[in-house]
Design a protein around this ligand. Structure first.
Ligand code: GLY
Length: 559
């Protein structure tokens, strides 16, 4: 009874201060990102003659300046582009394990040591974001990488007022950041204190790196002075990344994956994203039932969604890895397989789940803290891009003199079967470390089409909750008919199979919570589950609508 009263209290508290909505419209183009300076950079790129791809790259490079603890050129990204000619590009800028990486590199005294995979030199994968932005522009942009780099370099030089989110994250990470000279020089003042909310935060080293790449091209980063500085630092500090690792890095064009969901085509990112596969797998399961009849936010619909998540995440832990190294069954996204999984769901009780095995699992395989932003333009180009350095400030390492935060994406490998990573995810051999391999990701950049015409671009940040958020946002719009801002603001749940708990936002209705508990769900309440951004075509088809997640300080802007 006490707990119920507590839940009720939390619910009322939430309603009293519920997430406000951030929505924008435009006829020429639209951008939604987690930071207004970056959103404006995207719109400015279109005003300078660029298209939605330019807007995405401008947004990305600016986020690397104003939101560098989430993403940047020291990290990776996945970019899904729908071009005005109707063709899709899926650009894999995921980090890669250095050539000297080994299967057991994070095992000490027989146990996986996630401190090593999350902080310091061994945590860093070879960054891929910059190569991916360059490839996106060469394939589908109108402006040059140079143009976008110089624009963002100016923001880094001029500085910006640190907001509370940045200052808070910096405060929380300060002890680890202080361990590294390069990071101390960027994030702490002369007296040793961290920059605070409201301080003007300038990054002249990062501005210089951007300008040098603008002047000399990608080779400055992938093989030139940046790569040399990285190798020198790594050698001195017990790391393994070399100039050769950086010069060997390639952004890869992958084949997007898709499914039909209630008459809509949902196109998403293939492995090494796990996001696309499991988003499609869950949508296929959900399509076997009538969610609309079950109702938005009810125990029935949430139970069905949570059990679908559990089934998909059990498969993630078993099957998923870099498709260039392991065989990921295509059957995971087949309708037949979804019917088999759906038949296991008991609408009255939670079920115990082990991974399933799609038909022809061995023959039919996929060959070969984060930010999400979406853009679209009136020519018909649509972009969904999710970028990351993994956890806040990645490995916490800034290579001295460069201003570039290196990722800790090595933690997205399964450092040892059964050992949970930062996000509590477990994996097995399919996602074990190997030289040149790309760690499994949950990033889920997705574009939805109706009758061949794009109608929504979306994705999210927040580790494995990315997949759940993207699913919920899609069903909120397509099944429950919510406007985009309401879809993003609606209470979220997340069930990732291990641990077997239902993470839920405190705003979930008491009736739904009671109904789910009766079915056997074990709740873990959180104040907010992730951060999503999305853009859509307006109902009349004449303009765009964009929305930034009300849980964070982002914006959408149109023009
Ligand atoms: N680093 C989080 C992800 O890629 O899933």
């Amino acid at each position: 009874m006490l707990r119920r009263i507590a839940v009720l209290f939390v619910t009322f508290t939430f309603i009293a201060c519920s997430f406000g909505s951030e929505v924008a419209t435009g006829t020429n183009g639209i951008v939604a990102s987690v930071n207004d300076i970056a959103t404006r950079a995207g719109i400015d790129a279109m005003k300078r003659g660029g298209n939605a791809v330019d807007a995405a790259v401008a947004t990305a490079l600016t986020l690397g300046v104003v939101d560098g603890y989430n993403s940047g050129i020291g990290g990776g990204c996945f970019i899904l582009i729908r071009r005005s000619n109707g063709k899709f590009l899926a650009i894999d800028g995921r980090e890669m394990a250095p050539a000297a990486a080994t299967h057991d590199m994070f095992i000490r005294n027989g146990k996986g040591d996630t401190e090593l995979s999350q902080t310091g030199p061994l945590a860093c994968g070879v960054p891929g974001a910059l190569a991916a932005y360059d490839l996106a522009l060469r394939k589908a942009g109108k402006l040059s990488l140079r143009d976008h780099l110089l624009y963002a370099a100016q923001i880094a030089d001029d500085g910006f007022q640190m907001d509370s989110g940045y200052a808070h994250t910096l405060q929380h990470t300060a002890d680890d950041l202080k361990k590294f000279d390069g990071s101390r020089a960027v994030y702490f003042k002369a007296d040793g204190s961290a920059y605070q909310k409201g301080d003007l935060f300038r990054q002249s080293d990062l501005a210089n790196t951007y300008r040098q790449v603008a002047k000399h091209g990608l080779k400055y980063f992938y093989g030139g002075p940046f790569a040399q500085a990285t190798e020198t630092w790594m050698k001195r500090n017990g790391g393994i990344m070399t100039v050769r690792d950086l010069s060997n890095y390639k952004s890869i064009l992958r084949e997007p994956i898709s499914t039909m969901y209630r008459g809509y085509e949902v196109v998403s990112f293939p492995p090494p994203s796990s996001g696309g596969v499991h988003l499609l797998e869950m949508l296929n399961i959900l399509e076997t039932k009538d969610l609309k009849v079950l109702g938005a936010g009810t125990a029935d619909s949430l139970h069905l969604i949570a059990e679908s998540m559990k089934l998909a995440f059990a498969d993630r832990a078993f099957w998923l890895g870099d498709p260039d190294f392991v065989e990921v069954p295509r059957g995971l996204v087949s309708k037949d397989y979804a019917h088999k999984l759906a038949a296991k769901i008991d609408m009255q009780h939670t079920i115990k789940v082990e991974h399933g095995t799609p038909d022809d699992a061995s023959e039919n395989v996929f060959r070969k803290h984060t930010t999400h932003f979406s853009t679209a333009d009136c020519e018909g180009n649509w972009v969904a891009c999710t970028a990351t350095v993994n956890t806040s400030f990645g490995s916490k390492v800034v290579i001295p003199g460069t201003g570039v935060v290196l990722n800790d994406e090595m933690d997205d490998f399964s450092v040892q079967p059964g050992v949970a990573n930062f996000f509590g995810l477990v994996g097995n051999e399919a996602n074990a470390v190997a030289p040149g391999k790309r760690p499994l990701s949950s990033m889920t950049p997705t574009i939805v089409l109706k009758d061949g015409n794009p109608m929504m671009s979306l994705g999210a940040a927040g580790g494995p909750t990315i997949i759940s958020q993207t699913l919920l946002n899609i069903v909120n719009v397509l099944d429950f008919g919510m406007p985009l801002d309401k879809a993003l603001a609606a209470p979220r749940i997340h069930q990732q199979w291990s641990p077997d708990e239902l993470r839920a936002e405190k705003s979930l209705s008491t009736i739904a919570v009671d109904g789910l508990e009766e079915r056997g769900h074990k709740f873990k309440f959180v104040s907010g589950l992730g951060v999503s951004q999305a853009v859509m075509r307006s109902q009349d088809g004449k303009s765009f609508v964009g929305a930034a997640d009300p849980r964070a300080g982002g914006t959408a802007r149109g023009w």
